[in-house]
Design a binder for this molecule. Sequence first.
Ligand code: AP5
Ligand code: MG
Length: 215
Amino acid sequence: MGVRAVIMGPPGAGKGTQAKLLQERRGVPHISTGDILRDARRAGTVLGCEAERYMAKGLLVPDDVVIGIVADRLGGQNHNQGFLLDGFPRTVPQAEALDRILDEGGEQLDAVVSISVPEDELVRRLAGRRVCRQCSTMFHLEVDPAARLARCDRCGGDLYQREDDREETVRARFDVYARDTAPVLRYYGDAGLLHEISGVGDREAIFQHVTASLP
Ligand code: AP5
Ligand code: MG
């Protein structure tokens, strides 16, 4: 039976990096609402066009839109392989909706892992991040550069800089995290599900802490 978990942390904390490792090594499906919204934007769907208005400014896409996406992805089925949600929930109403979605299938969360990283390190990570357009693998210009300039080591896709990684948008994303998402940490702390770990240092060492937090 797979683990049902959430990974949290501010922009650049390494949520996607760790979730991809967990998917590769333990087969736990990685569900990133940010990746789903970026895919929709690229495909030019109605959802993608609506989401773009918020994402470009570093603001949250409205709760009903994002809750609908997660309900479609998780609702009405058993999750025998489990899942790791990355970037959801980001508000207390989203956390309450997730409880309801899982409850309808007789399931509940096993754990919530929160990764902390000092803000100056987050800024450095986001400024240097490059992402594969095809498989969304993350690289960093200094810490983890791709072997060939602007080409993904894994699939050969184009690497690009996310539009919301510009400095002024990054500031807005930090403010939104502190205002809207920090209360979600308290919500899961009160539920006895929260495991807080440091996200500074070698990503393999951090992965050990992530897996140690999961049942
Ligand atoms: P989303 O895509 O979720 O972005 P985010 O939460 O801001 O987080 P990031 O993806 O920027 O960072 P990460 O923690 O995944 O770090 P990564 O592993 O890439 O959301 C984007 C937008 O979509 C939101 O602003 C909002 O508009 C919308 N949205 C999404 N979900 C929503 C929701 N639920 N409700 C409403 N709106 C929603 O790592 C960062 C960099 O650091 C990489 O370059 C990586 O290589 C490097 N790195 C990773 N680990 C290490 C390490 N240990 N040491 C050094 N470098 C490292
Ligand atoms: Mg991410």
